[in-house]
Design a binder for this molecule. Structure first.
Ligand code: SF4
Ligand code: SF4
Length: 426
């Protein structure tokens, strides 16, 4: 009997106890701050763009390879409304594969990704698992709607716990930008007629000038985009080339254009016009009289001073190589020396070069003459033979041998002196 009464008492006490279950989904428990559902991207309301730069650090660290990020140049950087040069253009996470390990959140250097600690972050049931492949808009939606009221950040948690342990108050979270307050501040800015993003600095000049510079050539555009160091290097090169051409007689239009493009003072010196800013469009053709200096040596002219000089240098180099080997200078090289009016032509042939443009009148004549290129008894060749014989004689003496009689005779015949003969006779 007593046992029956005890059982009934237990039944009645259980019957009257408050239930521990709730009517999900109409009722939901409050989730703890550190709760993890799935990773989502956070929205920077101050700059009206994601925090994510698409740096791929999280992608590389994801143990199940369920993330993909694509980075691109941030257009807001040029507008001056963001300090991020790069920004995520595309982002995917496959929630069907994500194991909610939190690694992507821990490795992100920009706090651009957080575990969604709301019920909405859990409720992703679908009929097709392909619907669990979330793109960047899906991933940003919660943050953009201001639903991530308290995204968990390990740093905030550490600071809050440290303050509470010391008996103080938990500090305000450092990561405020993705929170509803930031969204409210953005709404206020928009209501005041300001931009959705904070204007941090002036838009880039290059962006403003883009329309006006439509007439720029590709080279001018490239010059406008050069760093000061590279611009200086190009300017110095252009000046070097222009000076070389000026020494040769005339500066080509090509060289003048390069001086203008790279903002060289030499441009003023040559044309008398002020130097425009580097990368400025070229002046109108009829604007000035000075650029008329250019046509004679323009890029398409094979007889421009620059090209003639290059041919002369090449011919001289070839001629010197033949001379150094003790060979005769070939006729085509002599012709090139003549055509380019090289001083070396006279040195070799003894004749002045023919006037420029004349068809090789002076190439052949000097060669057959005595003492010329083909003469085996030219002073140069005699000297070379004498020096060789003297060298051989010295080698004999160095080995302690006597100089052979025929070698001594050859040296004497060539006008030389047998090494050591003078000392031995003294
Ligand atoms: S939580 Fe883990 S598994 Fe999921 S996306 Fe991040 S790193 Fe990958
Ligand atoms: S979420 Fe963070 S780590 Fe991942 S790509 Fe974006 S900025 Fe990089």
């Amino acid at each position: 009997m007593i046992g029956i009464l005890k059982g009934l008492a237990t039944t009645f006490s259980t019957f009257t106890r408050r239930p521990v279950t709730i009517q999900y989904p109409t009722e939901k428990h409050e989730l703890p701050e550190r709760q993890r559902s799935f990773p989502v991207l956070t929205w920077d309301f101050d700059h009206d763009e994601p925090f994510c730069t698409g740096c791929n650090i999280c992608v590389r660290n994801c143990p199940v390879d369920c993330m993909t990020a694509v980075m691109h140049d941030n257009p807001k950087y040029a507008e001056g409304t963001s300090e991020r040069r790069k920004i995520a253009e595309k982002f995917w996470i496959d929630y069907a594969r994500c194991m909610r390990c939190n690694i992507c959140i821990e490795v992100c250097p920009f706090e651009a990704i957080a575990m969604d600690n709301t019920w909405a972050g859990h409720e992703h049931s679908t009929y097709d698992r392909r619907d669990l492949h979330k793109d960047i808009e899906d991933l940003l939606a919660a943050s953009k709607r201001g639903e991530l009221a308290n995204p968990f950040r390990p740093l905030d948690s550490i600071e809050a716990n440290a303050a509470l342990a010391e008996g103080g108050e938990a500090p305000a979270p450092g990561f405020a930008a993705a929170r509803p307050e930031a969204r409210a501040a953005q709404d206020e800015r928009i209501a005041q007629g300001l931009g959705a993003a904070i204007q941090e600095r002036e838009p880039e000049v290059r962006q403003e000038a883009a329309g006006a510079a439509a007439a720029l050539s590709a080279e001018d555009e490239e010059a406008a985009a050069l760093t000061p160091r590279k611009l200086r290097a190009r300017r110095m090169k252009a000046e070097r080339e222009a000076r070389a051409e000026r020494e040769a007689g005339e500066v080509s239009a090509e060289a003048i254009a390069a001086l203008r493009r790279y903002g060289s003072e030499l441009y003023t010196e040559i044309t008398g016009e002020p130097v425009p800013a580097p990368g400025s469009p070229p002046p109108a053709p009829a604007a000035g009289a000075t650029p008329a200096a250019a046509p004679a040596g323009d890029a398409g002219d094979p007889n421009s001073p620059r090209k003639v000089r290059a041919r002369r240098m090449k011919a001289e180099r070839a001629a010197r190589e033949h001379i150094a080997r003790g060979e005769e200078t070939p006729a085509d090289v002599l012709q090139a020396l003549n055509d380019t009016e090289s001083a070396l032509y006279k040195e070799i042939t003894g004749n002045d070069p023919a006037p420029a443009g004349a068809a090789a009148p002076a190439v052949a004549p000097a060669a057959p003459a005595a003492g010329g290129q083909g003469d085996p008894n030219s002073p140069r060749k005699l000297r070379a033979r004498r020096m060789k014989a003297e060298r051989t004689a010295r080698e004999h003496l160095a080995r302690g041998e006597a100089v052979p009689a025929e070698l001594a005779a050859s040296i004497a015949e060539l006008g030389g002196a047998v090494p050591g003969a003078g000392e031995g006779g003294a």
